[in-house]
Design a protein around this ligand. Structure first.
Ligand code: PLP
Length: 416
């Protein structure tokens, strides 16, 4: 036999054997049942497969349907014409066309923050979190990086790189007691968490702000799920409620969900120009990979413009009307909240068949089941949008009840 060395992986923060072993079975089963791997053309809010099956997508995160708004499409085309180039390929820290600066200035005014753009929230987190870990994005002290157990994969993926700069730990979901203990023990703590998570909950922003005030804790929020859908001018959950808007709070948000375009915004307060340069130069792919291109910049400028008008409020209202309509017919753990996501509980054994029946009736809702979620928490994920019609929502609810969803007992009061 060979005397060459076989590698024993450390698996401190990731494990592909486990991830693929568990996840691939889930995807295979979904695909075999026609609930993944679907290809369909989109026209006027209806998807059509090559064999002619029509359905409405109820698992799409474009909550305000701005991605197909005529002004957003026109904005993309107009910016391409105006700048005459899709992207002038060279790191922006050397030479850039003014497109990104125009975007950042517009988003900065909209969100009331200093904005640095990124091609995606995932790229932003992969680049920013190691800078937080080393104290370069903060007050210079290396913080203990505390990742919430449920934080989005785009943040969790940065654990190994952060661990090469500082100490990294994982805490139970929203475990304020643990965070306070760590704040008492360590010079500085940085907590990494979703502002609004993909299963329908918000971060305890006020309680976290107390820890920020008392111990100087830093919080890195990913508010991708609530920007545009929540708050005045769509500033999102975190910036609506967080009283600590300085160096201690950093928020990233994709522009690809309710904002309806492409790219991401990094929202900062209280950092000087030098630190913004450090981000542009050292936040990983922000420096060495492509930026948001001109078409996406133009689309985003148009979407930002819509955010400044009553049209945004009208779209948010339409989305909320659909959420309330859904809650009138189907009971979920999220009933009565402002959040556009609902998980309709099903058993691991029935959820795939239920998803198939709903699809055959003309609606796509994505099934989540063991092993991708814990046993006993399987369900059909439903996302309500401004663009779905009342008839579509009513018809979906009727099918969901037919396949085993629990009907709502009585009209619920909405908690805001
Ligand atoms: C959807 C989502 C992302 C992905 O955003 P991209 O801009 O496409 O990378 C990141 N974080 C959270 C919390 C999300 O929900």
């Amino acid at each position: 036999m060979s005397d060459r060395v076989a590698i024993t992986p450390p698996h401190r923060y990731r494990n592909n054997d486990k991830a693929i072993g568990v996840g691939n079975a889930f995807w295979d089963m979904s695909e075999q049942n026609g609930l993944a791997g679907i290809v369909a053309e989109l026209r006027d809010g209806v998807l059509t497969t090559p064999d002619g099956h029509e359905f409405v997508n109820f698992t799409c995160c474009s909550y305000l349907d701005l991605d197909s708004h005529p002004k957003v499409i026109e904005g993309a085309v107009a910016a391409l014409r105006r700048y005459g180039v899709l992207d002038h390929c060279i790191p922006r820290s050397r030479v850039q066309i003014p497109a990104l600066l125009e975007l950042e200035s517009s988003l900065g005014e909209l969100f009331g923050a200093d904005v640095v753009s990124a091609i995606s929230a995932g790229v932003a987190s992969a680049g920013l979190l190691p800078l937080l870990a080393s104290g370069h994005l903060g007050n210079g002290t290396r913080p203990l990086m505390v990742f919430d157990k449920n934080c989005h994969v785009s943040m969790a993926g940065a654990k190994p790189t952060c661990a090469d700069e500082t100490e990294v730990v994982v805490c139970e979901h929203h475990d304020l007691g643990f965070l306070e203990d760590m704040c008492k023990r360590y010079q500085r703590v940085c907590y990494v968490i979703d502002g609004a998570d993909s299963l329908g909950g918000y971060a305890p922003v006020l309680e976290l702000a107390e820890l920020q005030e008392r111990y100087g804790m830093q919080v890195y929020y990913d508010d991708s799920h609530s920007v545009s859908a929540y708050g005045e001018r769509g500033i999102g959950y975190v910036r609506t409620h967080c009283p600590v808007l300085d160096e201690r709070t950093i928020t990233v948000a994709t522009l690809n969900k309710a904002f309806g375009t492409s790219g991401a915004a990094i929202l900062l307060d209280g950092y000087d120009k030098k630190t913004l340069r450090v981000i542009e130069r050292f936040a990983g792919a922000l420096c060495y990979s492509q930026p948001v291109n001109t078409a996406a910049v133009g689309a985003s400028l148009a979407s930002a413009q819509i955010h400044r008008t009553d049209e945004l409020t009208a779209l948010q209202h339409r989305m909320h009307a659909n959420i309330e309509l859904f809650d009138r017919f189907v009971a979920t753990a999220q009933s009565g909240t402002t959040y556009p996501i609902r998980v309709v509980p099903m058993s691991d054994e029935t959820v795939i068949a239920a998803g198939r029946q709903v699809f055959e009736a003309g609606f796509y809702v994505s099934p989540v089941f063991f092993p991708i979620v814990a046993r006993g928490t399987a369900g059909l994920r439903v996302m309500l949008r401004a663009g779905q019609t009342e008839e579509q929502v009513r018809a979906l609810c009727a099918v969901l009840v037919e396949v085993g969803a629990q009907p709502a007992a009585a009209p619920l009061e909405v908690v805001r």
